[in-house]
Design a protein around this ligand. Structure first.
Ligand code: PLP
Length: 422
């Protein structure tokens, strides 16, 4: 690799996914494209989103309530089947069969719903194994959910801690599962760490959990659309995610769930609503809940069609590009970012693992001094990352719309910043 603009441009010219950038609105500043490295927080707007949304506004305008059963164009789904049209691309993205996935609700809501189904404390087996310092919403969900079952989160939660280098190791997670198996009822954790950017070996964790007779679920907020997933083949019991990060579904976009087919029996406990009720008989309004088959049986409420329209436009793009091709470019982009950061190793320590198989696209930079000043400088230069107190800058080049030239410009901005400091 070479740290030159010409080299970065040559990588862009050879990039088989280069056409996808044009499918997104790249925010501008002073007439220039921002270098947007914040897709780990809010992905950019697909250009198809507006037409998809407008189409459903038109359906509503022209058909009113009939929109549930009719559509304005043959190619677009009626509202009643909208979630089904999302199942195929979602299944592709998470490595599942369509009936195992369904868009619904929001991520933290789904965490609670899935815990209601898959956290069944019994006798001495009441504990939940997770990772320390997981995303706050996950921590709050676990804490309050455990309390709602009359248990004490302080003793019920078993947290696997980071080692001295700030990373949590898959081997440590597996060891903890085996060591605590007698008291555990569930393993539930993020599959990709939002702070460090490291991806855990979810297949290995699922295997260890199952060997010890435990169910395992993953929060895929930072994993979906970022790293290839094979939830079905890995045997993961359940998962949920959001779609506003790497899936570009828009602020607060609809979440989704995965429930492995081995749990597709009506007897799994759940908090139900009418939208999860057997579709053929939903409108008979009869007493006694009968779930739809598969993940769709966890739906509660009438789906938000306006949100789903944008969601579908977004996931169609990721599914079209394909996770294998996206991952290949992503590894190159992130390796190039690590490469242009190398000259600054005295001041900037990359917390994220060096080995590409152990990370997604994001690198978390720990800045030894003047971190906030550096972050402010990058922002002024039109380079958008995010800042985590006290010293962390997260940069996430995403393969759908970022370029190698974007990454080169980060290195160049850092060089100018440190030259000015001398
Ligand atoms: C982004 C993120 C969330 C956000 O949850 P919402 O319910 O969508 O607000 C939760 N958990 C993790 C791990 C995240 O990365």
């Amino acid at each position: 690799m070479e740290n030159t603009l010409v080299f970065a441009q040559s990588l862009d010219a050879q990039d088989p996914l280069r056409g996808f950038r044009d499918r997104f609105h790249i925010p501008q500043r002073n007439g220039n494209d921002l270098i947007y490295l914040c897709g780990n927080s809010l992905g950019l707007q697909p250009k198809t989103a507006r037409a998809a949304l407008d189409h459903e506004l038109q359906t509503w305008q022209h058909l009113g309530v009939e929109g549930w059963f009719e559509s304005l164009h043959e190619t677009t789904p009626s509202w009643l089947s909208y979630h089904k049209r999302c199942q195929e691309p979602l299944a592709h993205i998470v490595g599942a069969t369509p009936v195992e996935v369904c868009p619904m609700n929001a991520l933290t809501v789904n965490l609670h719903l899935l815990m209601e189904s898959f956290y069944q404390p019994q006798g001495t087996k009441t504990n939940i194994l997770t990772i320390a310092g997981d995303f706050p919403s996950d921590q709050y969900a676990l804490e309050t959910h455990i309390r709602s079952r009359g248990l004490d989160p302080d003793t019920t939660l078993i947290e696997v801690a980071a080692r001295e280098d700030g990373l949590i190791y898959t081997a440590d997670i597996q060891e903890a599962i085996a060591a605590h198996a007698d008291t555990l009822a569930l393993v539930l954790m993020s599959g990709l760490n939002y702070y460090t950017g490291q991806v855990y070996d979810m297949q290995a964790i699922a295997q260890t959990a199952h060997k010890n007779g435990l169910l395992v679920g993953f929060d895929l907020a930072h994993a979906i659309g970022n790293v290839p997933l094979q939830l079905h083949d890995w045997g993961v019991d359940f998962a949920t995610w959001c779609s506003y990060k790497y899936l570009n579904g828009g602020p607060g976009a609809v979440s989704g769930v995965f429930v492995h087919e081995r749990h597709h029996t009506g007897s799994v406990p759940r908090l139900a609503g009418w939208w999860g009720y057997d579709e053929g008989k939903r409108f008979q309004m009869t007493k006694g809940f009968v779930p739809m088959q598969g993940a769709a049986g966890w739906q509660l409420s009438t789906p938000n069609i306006l949100a789903l329209s944008v969601h579908k436009a977004a996931i169609d793009i990721t599914a079209e590009a394909g996770m294998a091709a996206l991952r290949q470019k992503s590894e190159q982009l992130t390796s190039y970012l690590a490469f242009v950061l190398e000259p600054f190793a005295n001041t900037i320590r990359v917390l994220t693992p060096t080995e590409p198989a152990q990370r997604g696209c994001q690198l978390s930079l720990l800045v030894k001094q003047n971190g906030k000043a550096l972050f402010t400088y990058l922002t002024e230069q039109g380079i958008i990352g995010d800042w985590r107190e006290p010293d962390c800058i997260r940069l996430a080049p995403t393969p759908l719309y970022n370029t190698f030239t974007d990454v080169w410009r980060v290195g160049e901005a850092l060089r100018l910043f440190f030259v000015a400091q001398q």
